[in-house]
Write a protein that binds this ligand. Sequence first.
Ligand SMILES: Cc1ncc(COP(=O)(O)O)c(C=O)c1O
Length: 475
Amino acid sequence: MTAATPTPDASASPADPVAELIGSGQLVPCLDGVDRPAVELDQAASTQSLPEAAARVAEFLPWYSSVHRGAGFRSRRATAAYENARRAVLSFAGRDPDGDDVAVLCRNTTEAVNHLAYRLRLAPSDVVVTTVVEHHANLLPWGRVAERRYVECATDGTFALQDVEAALDAGPKPALLAVTGASNVTGWLPPIDAIIESAHLRGIPVAVDAAQLAPHRPLPTKADYLAFSGHKLYAPFGSGALIGPRSTFETGDPFLAGGGAVDLVGLDEVVWTAPPDREEAGSPNVIGAVALHAAIDALEAIGWERIAAHEHALADRLRQGLAAIEGVHLLGPAVDSGIETLPVAAFTIEGMHHALVAARLSAEYGIAVRHGCFCAHPYVVRLLGLGDVAVDAYRNEVLHGDHRNVPGAVRASAGLGTSGEEIDTLLAAVADLSGGLPAPVAYEQDVGTGDYFPVTDLPGWRDAALELGASCARG
Ligand SMILES: Cc1ncc(COP(=O)(O)O)c(C=O)c1O
């Protein structure tokens, strides 16, 4: 099973998509009755599938069987596919597949971080240094098992290496630094290699949340632990990975207890097997692993250089374009700051609720974005410059089930399949809204989610009316 190698097109510009994803050009209904090709600018949430991932799954399905559990030929083949995927994941992370690190295949980044937080067996008084930039997935699991010490950010949503060092140097000495490789809100890329080096000089291991980094840049080879998700890596088949030293998983109870993780079981005894199997009790997601492997192959065939060139061009077009629209406020590093970001931009439109902006972009233009706090409440509160009084006010409302005034922003995020024209479509739509273009129909806000929805009988919208989309409430 080999991935199709994309042939670089000499006449291609960086604004052209690097890959056609499954569903590119899919028509979606708009309120004027016109079906438009969906403009998918929500790539930071989940990416569509690379064709190579779906094709490899289809090719594998006739061979689908149990992994590590059967003597049949199919089972052997499925086991080999699964273990080959594990090796590919390790290579993708710059690890030697036969080296000291193991890849635990799991569901996603959230599961990987929770898994790690459990397995590090920290004492409640241990300190984990983390940052206010983190996604909840890299904040909440640490709060369950240890004390957290935070690296604050400046008003532009960034922090300096020295800020991390100050937190690492404060007493008591931290047991771990847990930091993101890229922000899912601003697309900012912390200086991750320098951060890791600095932590290592102090003898502190580093866990990198690579959920956003993995689809865009090579993974930091020196990170002690890495977590990422297949569904953000063009392989939406439910697989993710936690990578770390074998020694972390060699002793102690695994995160999940059950079949496949043991050497011996008596009614009062269990002998856990060696990692990574020790960490993967239960039947694994072999389809997800096969898809992840194929996506990794396809990304490697495209090459990071081409991916980065494409995404730099998109990031500039997106961020500069938004910043130039009157009434639009771009969150995060200023466009003229020279600070590099992924093709991700969070913004607000003066006088318009973020949920209404997102609803109108979808219903009137066929543009998919996300709104709310993007599972990074502390970060968004800082980026919006909200004080305690404002936070207390909406907090109180949320506690009473009313999410209408939850603050937030709109996020547009691009990837391999995004074209420069799609960014321009967004910019024109945002300019319309910011310029006060009246809505063709009324929009109603749902109290329980804060989402807006067009009041219409149009098929598609009417049928989907109960399935509210992006929600600030669930961030
Ligand atoms: C930076 C970051 N970390 C963690 C996560 C959680 O990923 P998942 O939902 O795949 O577990 C996300 C998802 O948006 C993210 O952007």
